[in-house]
Write a protein that binds this ligand. Structure first.
Ligand SMILES: [Zn+2]
Length: 296
């Protein structure tokens, strides 16, 4: 019933727990030996993550990436009733690094792209249900719409002031969805933050670093918080990207693969977190029990 499973303990977790900084040489040798050895199992925590984008009331505007605010409220109510507790990435980091326990039935709710309708509809519902979300805005659009006098639910993005207000409530954690790497690969040359054909690894590294750092600086400047997580636009991942993001200090990445995550004490488990896209029109119960296969 509870979302715990047994998993194989990796050497990294073992190192973090027991050997960190004690015997560098022994750790070096142990790393090689334990990779191939059968290691004891340990508890891991099952973490479902839901991916939302826009919330709009008009049915004709709803689709794969836009659901009704009522449906989101149903999700929040359903999860409360089922005993789930919403967590943010910092909770995962605290668990992985310091062993701070996670709630019995954790779940993470994520919103991508940073739409103004998240501020308008999702944020009051988070307050009502005392639930949390991880919001990954696109820096360029937050910059643009911060200059607008009026914002519109259908097409605007949340301003930096709104993002900061949500963060200051303690219910919203803002992460990095790139500053301006959110092209679909059709109208734009690059798909998301993916490496382009013909681009050298060095050219790619430079482009990714520059854009992602620009977003880090913008979030820090506008909210006082420095993101810990890179949310890949479109879930478009290149194998070259992770070492670059790690070097920049990112402690987690989120993608769009539909799978439940197992969180262990191994910091590596926070890279490539899977998420389920919340579609419109199906009930909360159907979505959580049939699509995500959560047990009631
Ligand atoms: Zn996106």
């Amino acid at each position: 019933m509870y979302w715990t499973v047994r998993i194989r303990r990796s050497l990294c977790a073992m190192m973090a727990a027991f050997l960190s900084g004690i015997l560098c040489i022994a750790v070096g040798i142990g790393r090689t030996a334990a990779k191939s050895a059968e290691t004891p199992s340990e508890e891991g925590v099952s973490l479902p993550i839901v991916m939302y984008h826009g919330l709009l009331k008009e049915e004709k505007r709803q689709g794969a990436y836009v659901i009704s605010p009522d449906l989101f409220e149903n999700d929040l109510r359903y999860l409360k009733e089922q005993g789930y507790t919403t967590v943010v990435v910092q909770d995962l980091i605290d668990y992985v690094k310091d062993g701070v326990p996670l709630p019995e039935k954790p779940i993470m709710l994520t919103f991508d792209d940073g739409y103004y309708n998240n501020y308008l509809y999702a944020y009051p519902l988070l307050q009502k249900y005392q639930s949390k979300m991880v919001l990954s805005p696109i820096g360029r659009y937050a910059d643009q719409d911060s200059k607008e006098e009026t914002l519109h639910a259908n097409y605007s993005n949340a301003s930096w002031a709104q993002l900061k207000e949500m963060m200051d409530s303690g219910l919203v954690e803002v992460q990095n969805h790139s500053y301006d790497m959110h092209g679909d690969g059709k109208k734009s040359k690059r798909k998301g933050a993916k490496k382009m054909d013909g681009e050298t690894t060095e050219q790619y590294a430079e482009a990714l670093r520059e854009d992602v750092q620009k977003m880090q600086d913008a979030v820090t400047r506008n909210t006082g918080f420095t993101p810990t997580t890179f949310t890949y636009p479109f879930g478009a991942v290149s194998k070259e990207s992770l070492p670059i993001l790690k070097k920049m200090g990112f402690q987690a990445t989120m993608i769009c693969e539909s799978r439940i995550n197992t969180i262990t004490r191994d910091p590596e488990c926070l890279y490539g977190l899977g998420r389920y896209l919340r579609p419109p029109k199906i009930s909360s119960e159907q979505f959580f029990t049939q699509t995500m296969k959560l047990k009631e």
